[in-house]
Write a protein that binds this ligand. Structure first.
Ligand code: ADP
Length: 253
């Protein structure tokens, strides 16, 4: 990438025309000892992955299907806050390049006009002593012209902005912004320094939401984001609950 002004992220980029899953490839390279900051990117993913075993539609030439290898010296428990930081950098990068109003659905879906244009899937390998690597998988629907009927809440920057965007511009903007935020995060690895910026972009707050956990489902009012990047809600019975990303899906009502 020309004019990518980063020290670490994207200094090495591995590109595939077609791949099964960029996260799987990045994991393999991470296990083989690749450098932190390596980016795996593909024009098309045949088996793109979402959270909780879901799939991620990644047709050829339409989006940014990428995975970033990180080796942060943090505790495994802190990895979810790192994902939130990446979502925030990504949201702001999309706004900067496209001028569209990008918003975050907690924990880390990026939406434009209420429709999902990006997803993030974090996977990691950790031992008691700490994290060996974190793979940050990012899918951005950039110029996708249409979506199948089974994805009614999906959209692309092209569909919302009514113009095509250059994928490299978005990728560069994201890598530069996220590198800055990543370095800040590593100084004090809590979400505290990002809460204000995140809350400004988060559409989940001050709303009734449906919490879908594995064993239960309930409606609650989303109040705030905690220093750990968790969602604070109040149930209809007035009970305060703290929700951990990864545990649940949150739906608007
Ligand atoms: P969730 O939003 O359900 O927590 P993910 O962020 O991992 O999960 O995204 C996976 C889900 O997103 C899939 O189950 C599917 O409904 C939807 N999806 C799949 N591909 C796309 C895409 N390219 N754009 C937007 N949504 C998608």
């Amino acid at each position: 990438l020309e004019e990518l002004h980063t020290q670490l992220l994207g200094r090495e980029i591995v590109y595939y025309e077609e791949i099964s899953s960029t996260n799987e490839e990045a994991k393999q390279l991470a296990r083989e000892g690749c450098q932190e900051g390596l980016v795996v990117i593909a024009d098309q993913q045949l088996l793109g992955k979402g959270r909780l075993g879901r799939n991620w539609s990644s047709p050829a030439g339409t989006g940014i299907w990428m995975s970033l290898v990180l080796r942060p010296p943090i505790l495994p428990l802190q990895a979810s806050t790192l994902t939130l930081v990446a979502g925030l950098s990504l949201c702001e990068a999309i706004e900067a390049v496209t001028g569209l109003e990008a918003r975050i659905k907690w924990p880390n879906d990026i939406v434009v006009n209420g429709k999902k244009v990006c997803g993030i899937l974090t996977e990691m390998s950790a031992e008691l002593e700490g994290i060996k690597y974190v793979i940050l998988g990012i899918g951005i629907n950039v110029n996708t012209p249409h979506f199948p009927e089974d994805l009614p809440y999906a959209s692309s920057l092209y569909l919302e902005g009514k113009q095509q965007y250059i994928r490299k511009d978005i990728l560069k903007e994201f890598l530069m912004r996220f590198e800055k935020d990543y370095f800040t995060y590593l100084e004090v690895p809590t979400f505290q320094n990002f809460i204000q910026r995140y809350e400004a972009k988060c559409i989940t707050l001050n709303k009734k939401v449906k919490i879908l956990a594995s064993s239960q489902e309930y409606v609650a009012y989303a109040k705030a984001i905690t220093e750990e990047g968790m969602l604070k809600v109040v149930t209809e019975q007035g009970e305060e609950k703290i929700i951990l990303a990864g545990e649940v899906s949150v739906r608007g009502l």
